[in-house]
Ligand binder design. Structure first.
Ligand code: CTP
Length: 403
């Protein structure tokens, strides 16, 4: 996701500086070119050699000022960076940037860049909540600097509160989001994900193996591309993505009600959820006890949510999924036409690495003309990205969003 991107990672002197080694690895794993600048205090917490080894690039510290070379180097870093990430950022560096002070290599380079700057504060909770620090953060936010807020928890100084460096996954996600072109800005994308649960007593339900991963990948990718995203999800073990409106539901009827509430405002609807077609006709008030012989559950039909949307969608772009074990293309195309979708993503459950639970998927995308595009096995994030390219094209053709 970060191939060809140049990240300058600025590390300042806090105990969380040791986490910058893992952050560097995470950026490099995404194929970014990482250059590290350390403040003098940061070098007391972690050595430049560690960061140099992990980034594969020279590390810049104030000691370079002795050689005289650094002056040109830091200007070139400021000019070529796609993004600056300050992690951890102390109260001191935040205060310096907010006040326009450039008195060391890091603050000078930040001052000289036109690239987006992402600041990840980490400090003692009393320092973080200090009104001066908060005023500096506010000022920088207003000026367009980006932040990943610290989380609450036990701090190295022995106190509890907000001040821990945000999880590295959140920082990585924010970097990717900032660097992704915002070609879906203005679109309201409604996504459903995960399984539904259909209970028949207080402790038992009928469900399916859907993990939610494919739907969550759509939510993440649409958010990265600038859309306002509402994710309506059945129960999953996947963490709700940051930066999207998240609505948790359980049964198909709850999912239907939540979807209908959001249809009006949406321009794109992507129904990835594996909705149970049937639900138990009755729900026992207490746990059903075991008795001799067979036990029968009578099922009744759930609402077909996407078919309902298909009837009222107007020019909204409607994308569905088809899970099939036989006659994939024929069944998928019939579903697309019957439910008035614009695109259907056909998922062949018999292919290895495809379908529920996996992080990868191998799909075909069919449109109303019957055109079939076959995608090779790829990560669910990449599947989402490719399908969103088709969605974007349809939005452009229909002039969505309307002015
Ligand atoms: N879907 C829905 N509501 C339902 C059932 C399915 O909105 N009650 C949506 C799914 O989210 C998916 C599409 O319909 O986008 C196709 O789902 P699928 O289960 O493959 O299709 P069904 O029409 O239920 O057909 P069948 O189970 O008979 O294959």
């Amino acid at each position: 996701m970060l191939e060809g991107k140049k990240i300058v990672l600025g590390i300042t002197g806090g105990i969380a500086a040791y986490k910058s080694a893992e952050l560097t690895r995470a950026f490099v794993k995404q194929r970014a070119d990482v250059s590290v600048i350390m403040s003098r205090n940061a070098t007391e917490f972690i050595t430049p050699l560690t960061l140099q080894t992990l980034s594969g690039n020279p590390v810049y510290t104030d000691t370079f000022s002795l050689t005289g070379d650094w002056e040109m180097e830091h200007i070139s870093l400021a000019e070529t960076a796609h993004i600056f990430v300050l992690a951890p950022a102390t109260a001191n560096i935040i205060g310096k940037i907010a006040s326009g002070i450039a008195d060391d290599l890091l603050s000078t380079t930040v001052m000289a860049t036109k690239a987006p700057v992402l600041i990840c504060p980490a400090m003692n909770t009393n320092m973080y909540t200090n009104s001066l620090v908060q005023a500096n953060i506010q000022k920088l936010s207003n000026l367009g600097y980006c932040f990943v807020d610290p989380t609450c928890g036990e701090l190295a100084c022995g106190t509890e509160g907000q001040g821990r460096l945000a999880p590295l996954d959140n920082i990585l996600e924010e970097v990717i989001t900032i660097l992704t072109p915002k070609d879906l800005r203005g679109q309201n994308v409604l996504i459903t994900a995960g399984p539904t649960r259909e209970p028949f007593d207080p402790v038992r339900f009928i469900s399916n193996y859907s993990s939610g991963k494919m739907g969550y990948a759509f939510a993440i990718m649409a958010k990265r591309r600038g859309a306002a995203v509402t994710l309506i999800s059945g129960p999953t073990s996947v963490t709700a993505p940051s930066g999207v409106t998240f609505v948790a539901v359980s049964s198909a009827v709850e999912m239907r009600d939540a979807v209908m509430k959001h249809v009006d405002e949406s321009t794109v609807i992507i129904k990835v959820a594996a909705v149970a077609d049937y639900r138990p006709a009755s729900m026992a008030d207490s746990k059903i006890k075991k008795e001799k012989g067979e036990f029968t559950i009578t099922l009744e039909q759930n609402p077909d949510i996407i078919a309902e949307i298909g009837k009222i969608k107007g020019d909204r772009v409607l994308v569905g999924f088809a899970m099939e074990t036989e006659d994939l293309l024929k069944n998928a195309y019939n579903k697309l036409m019957a439910k008035n979708m614009d695109l259907i993503v056909a998922n062949d459950l018999s292919r290895p690495g495809s379908g529920f639970q996996y992080d990868t998927n191998s799909v075909r995308v069919i449109d109303r003309s019957g055109d079939v595009r076959k995608f090779p096995l790829m990560s669910k994030i990449n599947v989402a990205d490719r399908v969103l390219d088709r969605v974007k094209k349809l939005c452009d053709e229909r002039g969505l969003p309307r002015p």
